[in-house]
Design a protein around this ligand. Structure first.
Ligand code: ZN
Ligand code: ZN
Length: 136
């Protein structure tokens, strides 16, 4: 069975029972490079567990050549937003991502998950202030 990746690199599966914290649509089960995520087909945000997040970023970086050409200043539209964790319903903690990409992320420590808004994963992957794993 051929899986179709959408424009965000997500292979979207069946709808889940979890609600999108950003737009309240139902999230769908999905995978990115075989790693399970919950994906919102409406606002294109995604929820990923913290332990899968960094390996995924490394994997995607190995596939793409970060150019730095499309890096944007930090967008603070979501800085003061309060999201409810789709897994436990508690308020997620919004904070600037400590790594590259100039994005604000929302995390739930109880569930060990990260919410990434549309394109935030790509921004982190393509950020220039990263020292590629495979460079010498
Ligand atoms: Zn959504
Ligand atoms: Zn939670």
């Amino acid at each position: 069975m051929a899986e179709i990746q959408n424009q965000d690199g997500v292979e979207v599966g069946a709808e889940s029972t979890n609600v999108c914290p950003a737009c309240q649509a139902l999230l769908s089960d999905g995978t990115i490079q075989g790693k399970a995520v919950l994906y919102c087909t409406k606002c294109r945000g995604l929820l990923i567990s913290i332990d899968r997040f960094l390996p995924l970023v490394e994997f995607l970086r190995a596939l793409s050549q970060p150019t730095g050409s499309d890096v944007q200043p930090r967008d603070n539209f979501d800085a003061d937003r309060k999201l409810e964790c789709p897994m436990c319903g508690k308020t997620m903690i919004g904070h600037p991502y400590g790594g590259p990409g100039n994005v604000n992320i929302d995390t739930c420590e109880a569930c060990s998950v990260i919410w990434l808004d549309r394109s935030e994963l790509q921004r982190i992957v393509m950020a220039p202030d990263h020292h590629p794993v495979y460079s010498r």
